[in-house]
Write a protein of this length. Structure first.
Length: 203
């Protein structure tokens, strides 16, 4: 009796696994390649460009996990303790995030929402020459997160991502007053992306 029950359960498991495999709609592997604009936060910041590469795997057809590798080139904003603000020189920063996306459909038009978390490598940069400060912002690595939304049509992808990164605070020297003052550099930025999807097509 026990052997019969075991064989029955085993055969049922094999049948369910086979049925799920046959129901798969999409190739479970794909790579997103995107270009776009990087819009840093804060007064005085200057927008730039970004490039991202993101391999992904479909846990199920509507939920994909991946690893986002991104470089963003921009001039970040900084604010002095007296409330004045300006921007740093243009520099490139990188990020390495574990991501997840949920797709609302399995049709050719696929709107999605998603997010991620990981490390942001912030490049060193010098402050604006007109700021009166002699100090530079040092490079740093910070843990941060990202939320996004967008859509895919066939192999075309468009989306918006907000990268949430903690501010950097350090002391700078002001030639105008001859005093040190606290300076806060804003690191968060918005990314607007256009890209292509390689793989992930229907089987």
């Amino acid at each position: 009796m026990k052997n019969t029950l075991f064989v029955t359960v085993l055969l049922l498991g094999i049948f369910v696994a086979h049925a799920q495999d046959n129901d798969r709609v999409f190739n479970p592997w794909k790579v997103d390649l995107s270009l776009g604009g990087a819009i840093p936060q804060g007064q005085g910041a200057k927008g730039g460009v970004l490039f991202a590469l993101e391999p992904k795997y479909a846990v199920v057809d509507q939920f994909w996990v991946g690893l986002r590798l991104e470089t963003a080139v921009m001039a970040r904003s900084f604010v002095y303790s007296d409330g004045s603000s300006s921007s740093t020189s243009v520099s490139a920063s990188g990020s390495y995030l574990a991501t997840g996306d949920f797709y609302f459909t399995t049709t050719n038009f696929r709107p999605f929402i998603g997010g991620g978390f990981g490390l942001f490598r912030l490049a060193s940069a010098s402050v604006d020459e007109n700021s009166g400060s002699s100090s530079d912002i040092a490079s740093a690595t910070k843990f941060g997160g990202m939320v996004r939304a967008g859509f895919e049509v066939g192999h075309f992808r468009m989306g918006a991502e907000y990268n949430l990164i903690g501010n950097t605070t350090q002391q700078t020297y002001d030639y105008a007053t001859g005093n040190n003052q606290s300076t806060t550099f804003k690191n968060s930025y918005l990314g607007i992306k256009l890209g292509f999807v390689f793989g992930g097509r229907r089987l």
